[in-house]
Design a protein around this ligand. Sequence first.
Ligand code: 5GP
Ligand code: MG
Ligand code: MG
Length: 186
Amino acid sequence: MDDKDLGADLANVLIPEDRLQAKIRELAGRIDTDYDGRDLLLVGVLKGAVMVMADLARALHAPVSMDWMAVSSYGSGTRSSGVVRILKDLDADISDRHVLIVEDIIDSGLTLSWLVSNLQSRNPASLEICALLRKPEAAQTEIDVRYVGFDIPNEFVVGYGLDYAEKYRNLPFVGTLAPHVYGGRE
Ligand code: 5GP
Ligand code: MG
Ligand code: MG
């Protein structure tokens, strides 16, 4: 994306591409150490986790499989309610497998806590979470997120998988939107 496009839609680059990629290599190093060559099943949550999943998987030395879930959380407006519907379930049976959920961002944590109890009920050998981004409110939930990329301020971010109205997912960095994009005033 050139500077002209950037200026039009984005207010600010919060995390540039090189910092994202360095962090993913760091997380991959920790995951390789922790799993020590055990077979690992990465479970990506569509669609936001596509970019982090693709880069994390390639940075890992551990043998991995990848599977995907798509969920939608009912809620009014932009708040998620914690009532979750499965749009696409896993293909794999995860019983007795080492499962690592790969998420783009944790805000309230309601979606993720539902997902954790759903997957836990399928009796995996282990279940951990890797989230690229975490907002302040997530600290108030009981979810134990083993791998966190960045703690970010309570702002709406896009890029690197994250969308606003299905756009901006393909940006290689994480940024904030200019107010005019979502109808605010500048
Ligand atoms: P939670 O249940 O943790 O409140 O919601 C998490 C989901 O809301 C994320 O997986 C993501 O889809 C969406 N979300 C939360 N914060 C943001 C944000 O700042 N930007 C974008 N694009 N999506 C967000
Ligand atoms: Mg997500
Ligand atoms: Mg979205």
